[in-house]
Design a protein around this ligand. Structure first.
Ligand code: GLN
Length: 198
């Protein structure tokens, strides 16, 4: 089909590198919307929860009474969490334990790589296609385990780094910081499918 209206995808714009996600969405063919208030969730078809500091993001969500609206949105529509965003989505958070949306059947350990190697760029095979995937890790969490409904699309040392559970996509790295747009394109496809399947 031609002339499809670009998908409207929100980027939670509280803290962290949301601007880079917005730029990546434009490159991948979607229309980004910065989201700071619950009302703004009504205008979008999917949402990216960017990296940053999950404790800071969580405090903001609670202070602005956004947590419940976000939970309602993410339970019904596609959501993509990167790094701190993946932590917010996980069913269980460790090191230390903290509140989360608990929508992704995964156990996540924060800041899992220690001080020496807390930030690194690795390239690994991916289910997204024949080309390997560059993964930029910044004080990254580790996905310790996932449930049966969760598909692993890339990994590091045997631990999943990019996972999908239906309409939920999560990465422990920062795909917005690499040139490869396959991860954002996959999310746009998930959003498109959710609209067509209605
Ligand atoms: N260390 C951060 C946290 O635990 C995540 C880092 C990131 O998003 N780049 O929230």
């Amino acid at each position: 089909m031609t002339n499809v209206h670009p998908r409207r995808i929100g980027v939670l714009a509280i803290q962290g590198n949301y601007a880079a996600h917005a730029a990546a969405l434009i490159e991948a063919g979607a229309e980004p919307h910065e989201i700071r208030k619950a009302e703004e969730l009504a205008n979008i078809d999917g949402l990216i929860l960017p990296g940053g500091e999950s404790t800071t993001i969580l405090k903001f969500l609670e202070r602005r009474h956004l947590f419940d609206s976000l939970m309602a949105f993410c339970s019904a529509k596609p959501v993509f969490g990167t790094c701190a965003g993946a932590i917010l989505l996980a069913r269980e958070v460790r090191n230390p334990a903290q509140r989360s949306l608990a929508l992704l059947d995964a156990v996540v350990e924060r800041n899992a790589y220690g001080r020496q190697i807390d930030s690194s760029i690795l390239t690994a095979p991916t289910a997204l296609g024949p080309e390997p995937l560059e993964m930029v890790f910044i004080r990254a969490p580790r996905i310790l385990s996932v449930g049966l409904a969760v598909e692993t699309l890339a990994s590091r040392d045997g631990f999943p780094t990019l996972v999908r559970q239906g309409q939920i996509l999560a990465a422990t790295f920062h795909p917005e910081m690499s040139k490869d747009r396959r991860v954002h394109k996959l999310f746009i496809e998930i959003v498109s499918a959710s609209i067509t399947n209605k």
